[in-house]
Design a protein around this ligand. Structure first.
Ligand code: ATP
Length: 348
C-alpha cells in the first residue's frame, strides 16, 4: 500500500481559488475525511486526486510517484484509484454481478479469475445473494454497497468517496457507516471521504482535514478535533459547546476548573481569551444558595431521550449549553461549575 502526499495543491477557476495551498500527508491504509461546509473545495480536491481536474499549483504523489503537478498529469485510469459517487452511477440494464465486474471486463479479464474476483467483491459487501438481480430491485444502501464492490474489484490503492451517503435516510446512513468501517477494515485500502456531515466524518475517519474557503483549517484525529479544536470556527463545526470570554490562558491551553472559574469572574475588559466549554463539562449544583459557582437562568430545556439539553444564560449575558439528567423549569435560576475549558485562537 502506498502513502498519498498532497503538497501545497492549489486550484483556481478564473479568479476563484477553490483549493488554496492544501497539504496533507496520508499514510497507507488511512481513512481520511475531507470535512467542511458547502463550497469549501472538498469535491474539487477529490477530483484533482482522481485526475478529473488539473492542478494550478502544487503536486500530488502516490507512493513516491508524481500523479499530478503543473507539468504532469497521469490520466485517471492509470492512477490506481477508484471513486464512489453520491449517485452510485450503476448501469440499470446490467445485473449486480455485471456492474461489479465491469472494471475487470474493461481490463479484459475473463473466465474463472473474473468470476472469482466478482464473487469476492460481492462477499465483502455481503451481497453475494443479490448477484443476479438488477440494481433497480435493490434499496439505496444495497446500491451503494454494489458501487463499493465495483470500486474494490479493481484492487485500487486509494478509494475516493464523494458524499456517498448523502442520498440515504438517517437510519440507513448509520447502518452504512458500519458497512464502510467494515469495508475499510477488510480491504485495508487508503480511503478519502468527502462529507459536510461532521458526525459522519467523526465516526468513520482516522484523521480529518477540516477545510474552509479552500484552505486547511485543521488536520487532526476526531478526538483531537473535539478536545483541542484550533479555532472557534472549528469548534462550532465539530460537536456542541459554548464560547466564553475568560481572563486566563492562551490558545492551545486547557484550563482546569479553578483557573477557568476565576478567569470568568474577572471584569469584562480583562476577559479576552475565547474558551470552548463542552456541555459535558458543565456541572449543575444542587444548591442555588451555595457560595460556589456561577449563576445562570434556564432559557429552555429540551428532552433528548437519555438526557435534557439546557440552554442557559449566564449573568454576563453569555449563552451556555449544558446536559442534565432531569428537566428544569424554564425561567428559573441555577448555580453551576465549569470543569474545564479549551483556549481557542481568535477567529480569522
Ligand atoms: N468547474 C468549476 N468552475 C468554476 N468554479 C468552480 C468549478 N467547480 C467548483 N467551483 C467553485 O469552487 C468552489 C469549491 O467548490 P467545491 O465543489 O469543491 O466545494 P465543496 O466543498 O465540494 O462543496 P459541496 O459540499 O457543496 O459540494 C466553489 O466556490 C465552486 O463554486
Amino acid at each position: 500500500m502506498a502513502g498519498l502526499m498532497i503538497d501545497r495543491v492549489t486550484k483556481r477557476f478564473g479568479e476563484q481559488v477553490a483549493v488554496d495551498a492544501l497539504s496533507l500527508d496520508v499514510a497507507p491504509g488511512q481513512f481520511v475525511a475531507l470535512l467542511g461546509p458547502s463550497g469549501c473545495g472538498k469535491t474539487t480536491m477529490l477530483r484533482m486526486l482522481a485526475g478529473f481536474e488539473a492542478l494550478s499549483e502544487g503536486e500530488i504523489r502516490l507512493g513516491g510517484r508524481t500523479l499530478a503537478s503543473r507539468e504532469q498529469h497521469v490520466p485517471p485510469e492509470r492512477r490506481h484509484m477508484a471513486m464512489v459517487f453520491q449517485s452510485y452511477a450503476l448501469w440499470p440494464h446490467m445485473s449486480v454481478a455485471d456492474n461489479v465486474g465491469y472494471p475487470l471486463k474493461v481490463r479484459r479479464l475473463e473466465g474463472d479469475a473474473y468470476r472469482r474476483r466478482v464473487a469476492q467483491a460481492l462477499d465483502l459487501v455481503d451481497l453475494a445473494a443479490y448477484a443476479e438481480r438488477s440494481p433497480q430491485e435493490l434499496s439505496g444502501g444495497q446500491r451503494q454497497r454494489v458501487a463499493l464492490a465495483r470500486c474494490l474489484v479493481a484492487d485500487p490503492d486509494v478509494v475516493l468517496l464523494d458524499e456517498p451517503l448523502a442520498n440515504l435516510d438517517r437510519h440507513l446512513r448509520a447502518a452504512m457507516e458500519l458497512s464502510f468501517r467494515d469495508f475499510h477494515r477488510r480491504t485495508g485500502a487508503t480511503m478519502i471521504y468527502v462529507t459536510h456531515d461532521q458526525s459522519e466524518a467523526m465516526s468513520l475517519a482516522d484523521r480529518i482535514a477540516v477545510m474552509r474557503d479552500g484552505r486547511l483549517e485543521q488536520w487532526a484525529t476526531p478526538e483531537a478535533l473535539y478536545r483541542q479544536p484550533r479555532s472557534a470556527w472549528v469548534a462550532s463545526f465539530i460537536g456542541q459547546g459554548s464560547l466564553l470570554q475568560v481572563a486566563a490562558g492562551r490558545p492551545g491551553q486547557r484550563l482546569e476548573e479553578d483557573t477557568l472559574m476565576r478567569g470568568l469572574a474577572a471584569v469584562a475588559a480583562e476577559r479576552t481569551q475565547p474558551v470552548l466549554v463542552r456541555p459535558e463539562h458543565v456541572m449543575l449544583l444542587p444548591e442555588l444558595s451555595s457560595q460556589r459557582g456561577l449563576r445562570a437562568r434556564v432559557e429552555s430545556a429540551t428532552f433528548r431521550g437519555e438526557r435534557y439539553e439546557l440552554h442557559l444564560r449566564l449573568e454576563s449575558g453569555e449563552a451556555l449549553l449544558a446536559y442534565h439528567h432531569a428537566a428544569l423549569v424554564e425561567g428559573h435560576d441555577v448555580a453551576l461549575l465549569l470543569r474545564e475549558g479549551w483556549c481557542l485562537e481568535p477567529d480569522r
